[in-house]
Ligand binder design. Structure first.
Ligand code: ACO
Length: 330
């Protein structure tokens, strides 16, 4: 049976580093608290006019992934982009990427699935390749969360950052590739993490939102507990579905929201931290971008070799969560 395999990875983050120390001057927090409670030391923040808008970072990451894959943009049939911070409400950020890459054949669209956007996109593109709808696909996770961050809210602003990652998929008829993707959603818990905007309910004449499209509301503590259970359960199902055990996994690549969440999930899955990819200390939570950035860094560091099993797990607003088992093919 045909499935998709990853043949290229790429990522980028903005130049500007915002340290915990700098945040101490903005909100009532401390470097010590942020590191102890989250594992984050610094994050990257986009600057205007520096090629660091969401679609611009997505384009940079995509070009790196295409270069590794040795595939030209004209050969891409589908661009799927997970994001909650597209440049504009519409058109999709994926269409801006298509334009910038001159990927004229590609159908392009965004997926809104909170932090799970990349894995949702991976699942869509994998299915499109498996059914023959498309041959070569670009799957991106890109965010400019700093544009929607409430910089007066210490409970969220210390967590978030900007960046983008991308993978190129092509058909695989061998044993390698995306072995399965598993997705779940539960809208009953929407109010654990949401945007304040409610734009569809605001008559235009009363719309007094000043400059900012929206900011976030988050019940961190409840999300924390829910995410550990959802992530561990869906990862275990993904392993079972493929007849694999935790010992078979060379690298767990989890969504990077909180180091304590990552450790708790790894412990439940009985995967030692040496086999878990963590870069949250450098970037914080970049939502849809965390997994493709981590995957690209792990790949370029040589942590994954052909035939290795990687387990990707994600959790985000919606609620949405998911997992995917990948037999590495680069
Ligand atoms: N600096 C200092 N103190 C803080 C800060 C801060 N930045 N933020 C909160 N506090 C305080 C709180 O006010 C509270 O004080 P109180 O005890 O006097 O009331 C105390 O710290 C403890 O607050 P908690 O919210 O219970 O702290 P917790 O240990 O749960 O850590 C955190 C908070 C980091 C948000 C954690 O709950 C978390 O990471 N949750 C999950 C977040 C998540 O996964 N979100 C995203 C999923 S989707 C996505 O990735 C976008």
């Amino acid at each position: 049976m045909i499935k998709a395999r990853i043949v290229g990875t790429g990522s980028t983050t903005p130049k500007r580093i915002l340290t915990n120390k700098e945040l101490e001057a903005i909100v009532d927090t401390s470097d010590e608290w942020i590191i102890r409670r989250t594992g984050i030391k610094e994050r990257r923040i986009s600057s205007n006019g520096q090629g660091e808008d969401t679609s611009e970072m997505a384009t940079t990451a995509s070009l790196k992934a295409l270069e590794m894959a040795r595939i030209l943009p004209e050969a891409i049939d589908m661009i799927v982009m997970g994001t909650v911070t597209p440049d504009r409400q519409f058109p999709s950020a994926a269409c801006f990427v298509q334009k910038a890459l001159k990927a004229s054949k590609a159908v392009a669209f965004d997926v809104s699935a909170g932090c799970s956007g990349f894995l949702y996109g991976l699942s869509i593109a994998n299915n499109a390749i498996a059914t023959g709808t498309c041959k070569n696909a670009l799957v991106i996770g890109a965010e400019r969360l700093s544009s929607v961050t409430n910089w007066e809210d210490r409970s969220t602003c210390v967590l978030l950052g900007d960046g983008a990652g991308a993978v190129v998929l092509t058909p695989s008829i061998g044993a390698d590739g995306i072995l399965s993707t598993h997705l779940q959603s539960d809208g009953n818990f929407w109010n654990l993490l949401y945007s304040y905007d409610e734009r569809s309910k605001i008559p235009e004449i009363l719309d007094t939102i000043e400059g900012k499209p929206f900011s976030l509301s988050m019940e961190g503590n409840k999300l924390f507990k829910k995410s550990v259970v959802c992530l561990a359960d869906i990862a275990a199902s993904a392993l079972e579905n493929n007849g694999l055990s935790c010992n078979d996994i060379k690298l767990l690549v989890p969504h990077q929201a909180n180091l304590r969440i990552i450790k708790a999930v790894a412990e439940r899955l009985k995967i030692p931290m040496e086999r878990v990819y963590v870069n949250i200390e450098k970037y914080g939570n970049t939502s849809s971008a965390t997994i493709p950035i981590a995957l690209d860094e792990a790949n370029r560091e040589g942590l994954l070799k052909q035939g290795d099993y990687a387990l990707l797990v994600t959790f985000g607003a919606g609620l949405t969560w998911g997992a995917s088992v990948v037999k590495w093919s680069i």
